[in-house]
Design a binder for this molecule. Structure first.
Ligand code: ADP
Ligand code: MG
Length: 321
């Protein structure tokens, strides 16, 4: 059975063309671009909590990179380097190889170097730290939303939550194509890295939707000291979601479903055409779904303009159910 150092050598050591010194020493060494701020983020994925044990390892590797790239995207930063800390219950080399291929593949697609990490025995846990670069004054913070801003979201909402329902065999069945689409959204999400960078100097505030639209937008509203009015009818829906739209609970999937990794951002009214142009360049659709208000109220309106009642809180690991 391969040991720790065999695993590192065979599966975790990859070319690092943008790095002075990669895997193999006590530290990696990277040269930062002068004038740029380092954007650093860590995310942990724990088996049984963030993913189902038995999840396809290649897709799990992809997702481990994607959730971190999504944080970099939400900051408007350019991803540059990652480290991976991995606890493995046992050495299953086929699993490690597939995981590494999925992780490496998405990173390579974004020009990110895998520069180090740590490997230990323990309950399956994946912790990734990503480092990016951003001109400090152009970083998309949560604090920048101002009254009158439009609220935008990329892609479509609730698909990953619908995918989880498919896995757990809850709710009415979808067509096979729709089911596969939702499983892909759940297990192999697409981080909106190009969109985040294209929104530099254009968006006032941004966040990635990992815990559900209302919860994540709520963090922006709290940080900015503002409120928002959203129109439920304007929320972007995939073809798969349209199959489920009429059944009970579909609204919760779109408003509170996690794991979509879309970007939610605010921008000055009248910047529509520049935003649409940025989105087109980045290859993703964006939709205006509401407005930022000075009153610190959170209002969700139905098709008739009447307020809908819906809890704005998202998932919290430490809140009792
Ligand atoms: P140390 O004991 O000095 O912390 P380690 O023995 O943990 O070093 O790691 C040796 C080298 O292998 C380091 O360069 C480290 O970054 C790298 N490494 C260990 N685990 C991983 C991993 N999961 N992914 C990438 N690099 C790793
Ligand atoms: Mg170590």
């Amino acid at each position: 059975m391969p040991g720790e150092f065999d695993l590192i050598r065979h599966h975790f050591t990859t070319p690092t063309p943008h790095t002075m010194l990669g895997v193999g020493d006590d530290c990696a060494l990277m040269a930062c671009t002068p004038g740029q701020a380092l954007a650093v983020s860590t995310d942990m994925l724990v088996a049984g909590r963030h993913f189902i044990l038995g999840t396809d390892p290649r897709r799990l590797g992809h997702k481990s990179a994607a959730v971190n790239l999504s944080d970099i995207a939400a900051m408007g930063a350019t991803p540059r380097w990652v480290t991976l800390a991995l606890a493995l219950p046992q050495v299953d080399e086929a699993w490690v190889q597939a995981f590494s291929a999925g992780f490496r593949g998405l990173l390579a697609a974004h020009g990110v170097d895998w520069v180090g990490g740590d490997t230990t025995a323990g309950p399956l846990t994946i912790s990734v730290t990503i480092l990016g670069e951003v001109p400090p004054l152009q970083a998309l913070r949560r604090t920048g939303a101002v009254p009158g801003d439009d609220v935008w979201v990329s892609g479509t909402l609730g698909d990953a939550a619908l995918g989880l329902q498919c896995l757990l065999q809850e709710g009415p069945a979808l067509t096979p194509e729709a089911r596969q689409f939702c499983l892909d959204r759940l297990e192999a999400p697409t981080p909106r890295v190009a969109l985040g960078q294209a929104l530099r100097g254009l968006a006032h505030a941004a966040i990635d939707v990992s815990d559900g639209l209302l919860a994540d937008l709520g963090h922006v509203l709290d940080a900015s000291g503002v409120g928002a009015t959203l129109d439920f009818e304007r929320l972007p829906r995939s073809a798969a979601m349209r199959q489920r739209e009429a059944s009970p609970g579909a609204d919760a999937l779109m408003l509170a479903g996690g794991d979509d990794y879309e970007l939610c951002f605010t921008a000055a009214p009248g910047s529509d055409s520049r935003i649409q142009q940025a989105a087109a360049q980045a290859g993703v659709a964006v939709t205006c779904i509401g407005t930022i208000t000075a009153a610190r109220e959170r209002v969700l309106r139905d098709a008739t303009g009447a307020p809908m009642s819906f809890a704005w809180q998202g998932f919290d690991h430490f809140r009792p159910d």
